[in-house]
Design a protein around this ligand. Sequence first.
Ligand SMILES: [Zn+2]
Length: 356
Amino acid sequence: MNVLERELHYPLGDTLPAPGTSIELAPGVRWLRMALPFALDHINLWLLRDQIDGQDGWTVVDCCIARDESRAQWEQIFSGELQGLPVLRVIVTHMHPDHIGLAHWLCARWSTPERECPLLISATDYHLARIGSAGVNGFGGDSAAAFFAAHGLIDPVSIEKIRQRAGYYHSLVPDLPRSFQRLMDGDSLQIGDQAWRCISGYGHAPEHISLYCEQLNLLIGGDMMLPRISTNVSVFDMEPEANPLRLFLDSIDKFKALPADTLTLPSHGKPFTGLHRRIEQLHAHHRDRLAEVLQACTEKPCSAADILPVLFKRQLDLHQTTFAMGESIAHLHALWLAGRLHRQRDPQGIYRFSPA
Ligand SMILES: [Zn+2]
């Protein structure tokens, strides 16, 4: 546990749900956890006891990536943890593969001729996920390679690997339901005996939806409020002039309106209290990073690639480098779009940032 984590509180200690099982956190709210084959090695998913048109069942929040291991684990959950009741609907917080990968499978698995099991998600994330899952021209590829090259990642091996990753999203999210129910900021969802309010968040995904239940004082934070790691905030080739760090920091401030003792259920890590402290920690974290980036650009005009060792003290593999480049550009853009840095292309066509 790092020094910042000690300022938070984990009411369940080190208890984690074993694979294929779940832990009840509040009446009708259950926590399960599935393995991921990435550096980020797990995701938390939630089961909410529900009733729709007199039919008892469950709402699932988030899905895990599409692969046999996760489907097998879901089957264990279905047979052991649902009290013999069906899944009635699937809520997805945002379009990243670990959250939406199995949405298609879950909705199909639980739809019957009498009753459809729908997907609930923001419209922005649904549509982008549809594009990404549609095939190898979804995201990345040539356009991502050109974008990273313009930000100084010119090593030919990395650029070629990025070019070849065009089918990556599709491999983890092979399909999506053909229709969805739209979630928007401020919407109230009646789930079983409880009302849950949708809170939109920006900067990590196009339109991330967190859910807050006042009766239970629970926040399903998704990836917008993580206890240990800072949420990935990246600029991508599809929106090359974006300012996601500004959006992220503005978005997390919305959680300040929730009670200080709210139990936050994050997508990665353990349920925690100390929400207000965590918001302050994240502001401090990015304030420090921005100061370091500004300092580096004061010493010499820097590209995003030049900033990588400033932001990331460890060695990065290619997968991590693409994330890191996105984060590096996000920090430069926050300063540039606030008027602190000036942006110019050098004779090689690489964007370099210097004090404004
Ligand atoms: Zn995410």
